[in-house]
Ligand binder design. Sequence first.
Ligand code: FMN
Length: 160
Amino acid sequence: MCHLLLICKQCVIVLAKDKTHDEIWDIILKKLLPLTEVNRQGATKEKIAGFKNGQATLLIYLDRSIIKDLEDKFPLYAEKFSDYAQQEVGMFQYVLWLGLVEKGFSASLQHYNPVIDNEMARLLATPETWQLVAQIPLGIANETLSPRSLKKLEEILLTK
Ligand SMILES: Cc1cc2nc3c(=O)[nH]c(=O)nc-3n(C[C@H](O)[C@H](O)[C@H](O)COP(=O)(O)O)c2cc1C
């Protein structure tokens, strides 16, 4: 897994454990409540408590300084590097998720950024060039996943 993770050179992770993990979810709840309708606040508190009850949080970043270097080096593709970076970080997250599942963890992909960007940067003292992309709370699941309705293969695959 590590080898695959190193493929994304502009992807960086913070592993937040213990007190830092708790603080992250306390901050997220504090930011979310004023943005949430009063009748949904109970559900919000429950959801965030579920993430906080997990074991740790991975915060996923793109280091914009590396993207900037690529833009400067290859002007012909300059406007594309941000898109490519989003694709790479998606694959990076998938590899991470597979690795976590293999080790017996449950993990989900959350996006409370950009609302939490300033608070997270302060808490974790990350460099200014790191752009927060997602949060992956992980732990041992205490519930089974409810079934999802997936599209049929014929709906998404066009064979010619
Ligand atoms: C800025 C913002 C970002 C959010 N991001 C996520 C998210 O990444 N994942 C998620 O499950 N819910 C997200 N939510 C939803 C809140 O957790 C929501 O208030 C909660 O889910 C309410 O419960 P409901 O989903 O049953 O309505 C977000 C809400 C806001 C205001």
